[in-house]
Write a protein that binds this ligand. Sequence first.
Ligand code: NAG
Ligand code: NAG
Ligand code: NAG
Length: 395
Amino acid sequence: MLPKLWHFYFFLTLAAGFIIGVIVGSYALSHDFASHEYLCTHDEGQLLNSTDAAVNESLVLEPSPSDLASMAWNESLGFGEILYVSMPDRTDRQDAMNLAASMSGFKLRLIDGIDGTIVSAKAIPENDDMKWGALKPSEIGCWRAHANAWRYILDSNMESALIVEDDIDWDKNIHQVLQDLSLQMQKNTLRVASPTDHERTSAPYGLDWDVLFMGQCYDEAHPNRRDLVQVYDDPNVPSRKDTEDIFLKQMESLGVKGNDVGKKRLISPAYGPFCTMGYAVTRRGAQRLLLHLSYLRLRGPVDMDMMWTLQEGKIRGYSVTPPPFSAWKVGGPKDSDNKPTPVGGKGNKGGWSRNIKSSARVAMVHELEMDNWKDYTNIGNGPEKQAQNDKTGAK
Ligand SMILES: *[C@@H]1O[C@H](CO)[C@@H](O)[C@H](O)[C@H]1NC(C)=O
Ligand SMILES: *[C@@H]1O[C@H](CO)[C@@H](O)[C@H](O)[C@H]1NC(C)=O
Ligand SMILES: *[C@@H]1O[C@H](CO)[C@@H](O)[C@H](O)[C@H]1NC(C)=O
């Protein structure tokens, strides 16, 4: 009796298992097939049929993800995050930054700019060697906002972040520019120590630096170490006429002149950079900056003290020349947070930037331009008909 019952249950279980297996299996197959087909159609449709100029941009042609340098194509340009510092009332600049970054395919996190007058006198670091004298409220506010960005890096799990200000421009091929930079940083000949396994597998720009200057407004190389330079071809470098004299001079001092101008970019140990428009910081860099530019002292405006600290050799950095990030100017008081009246200037329509081959801000205006009513008129018309309409002025 007992063995028979056992047989019965055994076959029942087997049969039920088989039926369930067939149902689950066929569902999984059909489901997988359906979603796969949907994605393919969707992808091809987007790439081959779209007339949207943005889809044609090089942004879409992402290189293989196995390549470390291709991380420059991700939404934080291969850094942990991109932080931008902006005074809370400069919503005009915030709109512009979000718009331009979205068109270039990266994301930004806002770090609030700080009004220096609200920073408590007790919170201002010691200034024992009086290199600069008393800081202006605007200088205190600027330092505080950048120090908050460094703290944010330490509070998060990031290994590096790119910190930019809210009035910048960049090349519309910024991902390509940074991919080329990443390749160079991986074969960096200026390193003091060879890269760790972790850097080789996961750090597109290496991690052997504290600061990586990419938006300086002035720079000069160490006067006795002009041998320390890595020069490379970059098709997105601005021509001589689009490059400011400051950088032509810096390049010449490092051996790049004549026909090489407009073709080469340089990496050199940071020695004399001013401005905080664009610089990346590693975790160790954020720690060193908080140590030297807050905990121990603050001797001047944040960019000046960063430069002095670099010159003293207490932080390690590289400068990229010409810098990939540059100021966007509109003229007049809007170019500064410290000038009160918003009168004068050309506005974004008349704005400009230097040291950039193809301005992302200029490109974005063209990319978003359209003529909707003309598009309606053209529906169903062949090219000859369309040309005829254009000639007769038909709308
Ligand atoms: C989209 O492109 C494919 C492949 O080139 C073509 O077969 C299809 O007809 C196109 N669809 C439309 C709506 O243009
Ligand atoms: C897309 O790129 C192709 C090849 O570079 C070019 O011929 C075409 O005009 C571009 N289309 C648009 C909409 O920009
Ligand atoms: C981009 O790549 C960097 C480097 O691997 C990584 O730390 C970061 O999280 C990535 N960003 C995104 C949005 O995936």
